[in-house]
Ligand binder design. Structure first.
Ligand code: HPA
Ligand code: ZN
Length: 328
């Protein structure tokens, strides 16, 4: 089996960020919205840097209006993931984009997304779960409303709570209430940190929000005392190397610290973040990592197992998926 054929577990995927550009163009045409400015000549998403990416992301997301739109998005996203061999995926969902943080509306979006995910599971065997995600640059007040939506829909499908968006906006401490609310409701926690913020942002996520996983976390490598803490506490990093290289956090794949983090004993996992925006897929991530660091099937097998262990789904779902990681 080549690494591209191996079964994969993805923990860090933004639902709207996984929308194929053709899908968003089609919806824009149906709704007669002019989105031509966000695409390049070859039809891909066009942006200058991370902050411009966030604007283009929100513009693309603006054509997703109804629960039905999100159901169609889910079908399109899961088809792509399944084609890369992903058997389990956790996706970031934001009530900000699904009913403007109104709990009743959020429930309707969620029902539509789940129905589409169930159909995709029946067709492709891919299992999806949701992580409700507040958006840092929308501020702590909106995050509180988002956390309440999350707490109202906690269960076997909404399994976690997180924070995405502009890592330089505000302080993580400002979101403590939302994370406490989500934790008390029974949700597992993750936060974007250590991508645009340095090691101190990772420490803030651990100390102020008490998360068990870090979205990205690559820049923890700049502080080896922090790296030792990640190892000791078993903190899992949702590393997205292709995203980091395309956005210029690191100049190339060889410079990416995922290999050094792993060698020091950190639990690293591999995800795509916003695959079409970063011209990547899980197969591409695996192939590039194999080339850059001479990672073989044994390494990827360990990464898939680490990912499944760190997944926020229930034990029964994990046990079923674990069987699919065993060689047949
Ligand atoms: N990083 C941070 N925030 C985001 C992203 C991302 O890749 N995608 C959508 N919101
Ligand atoms: Zn992300």
């Amino acid at each position: 089996m080549t690494v591209s054929q191996m079964p994969k577990v993805e923990l860090h995927l933004h639902h709207e960020g996984a929308a194929p550009p053709g899908f968003i163009r089609g919806l824009a045409a149906e709704k007669k919205v002019d989105l031509s400015g966000i695409f390049d000549e070859s039809g891909g998403y066009k942006y200058k840097d991370f902050w411009d990416f966030l604007k283009v992301y929100e513009a693309a997301t603006s054509v997703l209006h109804t629960p039905e739109d999100f159901a169609r998005l889910t079908t399109a996203v899961l088809e792509e993931s399944a084609a890369s061999g992903v058997i389990y995926s956790e996706t970031f969902l934001s009530p900000d984009f699904c009913g403007n943080r109104d709990v009743g509306a959020w429930r309707e979006y969620l029902a539509a997304i789940r129905e589409a995910a169930d159909a995709a599971e029946a067709e492709h065997g891919i299992v999806l779960r949701g992580i409700v995600t507040c958006i840092r640059h929308f501020g702590p007040d909106k995050a509180r409303e988002t956390a309440k939506c999350a707490a109202e829909t906690v269960g076997d499908w909404i399994v976690g709570f997180g924070i995405a968006g502009d890592e330089k906006a505000g302080k993580l401490k400002d979101f403590e209430w939302s994370f406490d609310c989500a934790r008390e409701a029974g949700l597992r926690l993750t936060a974007h940190a250590g991508e645009w913020g340095g090691p101190e942002s990772v420490r803030d996520a651990l100390d102020d929000l008490r998360v068990e996983r870090i979205g990205h976390g690559a820049r923890a490598i700049e502080d080896l005392t922090l790296v030792d803490r990640l190892v000791k506490d078993g903190i899992v990093l949702e590393v997205c190397p292709g995203s980091n290289v395309v956005l210029g956090v690191y100049p190339d794949w060889h410079s990416h610290p995922i290999h050094r983090l792993r060698e020091r004993g950190v639990k690293v996992t591999v995800s795509t973040d916003d695959p079409p925006f970063f011209h990547t897929t899980m197969v591409n991530e695996y192939n590039r990592l194999a080339d850059a660091f001479e990672w073989d099937e044994g390494v990827f097998d360990e990464i898939a197992r680490t990912s499944l262990e760190a997944a926020f789904c229930d034990a029964q779902t994990k046990a079923k998926l674990l069987k699919r990681l065993e060689p047949s």
